[in-house]
Design a protein around this ligand. Sequence first.
Ligand SMILES: NC(=O)c1ccc[n+]([C@@H]2O[C@H](COP(=O)([O-])OP(=O)(O)OC[C@H]3O[C@@H](n4cnc5c(N)ncnc54)[C@H](OP(=O)(O)O)[C@@H]3O)[C@@H](O)[C@H]2O)c1
Length: 294
Amino acid sequence: MTAPGRPPVLVTGATGRIGRAVVDLLTDAGVPVRALVRGTGAAVDLPGTVETVTGDLTVPDSLAPALRDVGTVFLVWTAPPGTAAAVVDRLAADPRRVVYLSAPHRTPHPFFQQPNPMAAGHAEVERLIAATGLDATIVRPGMFASNALHWWSAAVRGDGVVRWPYGTAETAPVDDRDVAAVVARTLCEDGHGGGDYVLTGPESLTQAEQVRLLGDALGRRLTFEELPPDEFRRRSPVDARPAVDMLLAAWNAATGRPAYVTPTVADLLGRPARTFRQWATDHATAFTGAPPPR
Ligand SMILES: NC(=O)c1ccc[n+]([C@@H]2O[C@H](COP(=O)([O-])OP(=O)(O)OC[C@H]3O[C@@H](n4cnc5c(N)ncnc54)[C@H](OP(=O)(O)O)[C@@H]3O)[C@@H](O)[C@H]2O)c1
């Protein structure tokens, strides 16, 4: 249970990439954390001091126990958007602060301006939050550095040839730990109400350069082999097609220009944003050995 006296921060997406890191940062800082989880199995990996409460964003009534006596909420929305209005209404039923993990869909750079269902979903949740007058902070990371693990680890474990489209497209991968650190800061520190923060890594890198940097971190040569976009799409699982189409459109639009880079991580945290090289070095072991269970 949460310590008496101080209301807990409710962390949704607590078993995911950013939410899990936010849980750790808040816990390390002595902030009481309540984690929203969908099943007890997923919760076992959370620190013992974390209160876990079951609930599902697609079943708004299930959130009542999680929201009880909570003053601040970190909202991660990867579910279908159909229940967003009912959930935001519940958040707004009591005076609460909300930090919402969105994306830079308002940023006027072609990479972020390709219409896609994920951007539309984020825009809708933001619209709903704004309409309630909730005290909200919107955090908008660009590409997560950890996408490299999802995208390229199979090739790295295999023959070391990354067959991938748009090798010259530039992005500025942001370290997940920096995203989580900004979220934790905005959850705990006054003065971020109304904040709208676009987070990127510190440098623009082509996808081929990112693969090369990953090889440097692993101490081996990785080869980037250009794959035609149609072939990439054809090889993708059918259920991943919306995300694949979003990425292909973004990389295509980004080709031939530097990625959008903001100083926001450094401005908010008072230290430089981590580089992709640093991310790759710190995660090198995740690319070796047995693949994680699926
Ligand atoms: N990847 C990128 O490069 C990138 C860039 C910018 C923005 N984003 C945004 O970041 C968000 C994803 O963050 P992430 O990568 O940290 O998430 P993630 O690793 O994909 O994890 C999703 C989390 O949401 C939980 N969840 C899913 N459906 C739920 C539901 N119906 N009710 C309650 N919880 C639910 C999952 O819980 P279970 O364990 O129960 O599944 C999990 O904890 C997305 O909104 C995405 O658009 C991503």
